[in-house]
Write a protein that binds this ligand. Structure first.
Ligand code: SF4
Ligand code: SF4
Length: 145
């Protein structure tokens, strides 16, 4: 599965675009996180690799801005197990074990739309990295900047 960030500008936010794409293109997807109001919003989805190009093109045709979020990478060897990242995670992707060691659940993490733990880590052992370099997006859309 590939994570894709959809940004809905205000002028199209009231349209049932995700439902249209699902039905018209027979694409399966999971919604991982969504923050949408009348002014627009972001929806993070997960799409099977073989459907990515079709999904990206279908959303772009409907005026949605598409990018691939960066995902976290943690250098566990350098982690201080200080816990500074733990309470900040909005999706419960960080846990503390019985031995007080910190673990990250990358399936739950929403990556660069959040990034709170990256900035909070005093040891700087968490970084955001690009997931894929897919040809369906420009450099800007891939989130490379
Ligand atoms: S980037 Fe955000 S969602 Fe992911 S582990 Fe860090 S705090 Fe949690
Ligand atoms: S903030 Fe950094 S050093 Fe502290 S527990 Fe989290 S990953 Fe480890």
């Amino acid at each position: 599965m590939v994570r894709v960030l959809l940004r809905f500008p205000e002028k199209i936010v009231n349209q049932p675009i995700i439902a249209q794409v699902l039905l018209q293109h027979r694409i399966t997807l999971n919604i991982i996180a969504a923050h949408v109001d009348f002014h627009g919003g972001n929806v993070l989805i997960e799409v099977p690799k073989e459907h990515v190009e079709k999904a990206v093109n279908a959303f772009k045709e409907r005026g949605v801005f598409v990018s691939f979020p960066k995902l976290i990478e943690v250098d566990k060897d350098r982690c201080l197990n200080c816990g500074a990242c733990y309470s900040l995670c909005p999706v419960g992707a960080i846990s503390i074990g019985e031995d007080y060691s910190i673990s990250f659940d990358k399936e739950k993490c929403i990556g660069s739309p959040c990034g709170l733990c990256v900035d909070a880590c005093p040891a700087r052992v968490i970084k955001l990295t690009k997931e894929l370099n897919l040809s369906v997006l420009s450099d800007e859309e891939r989130g490379s900047n």
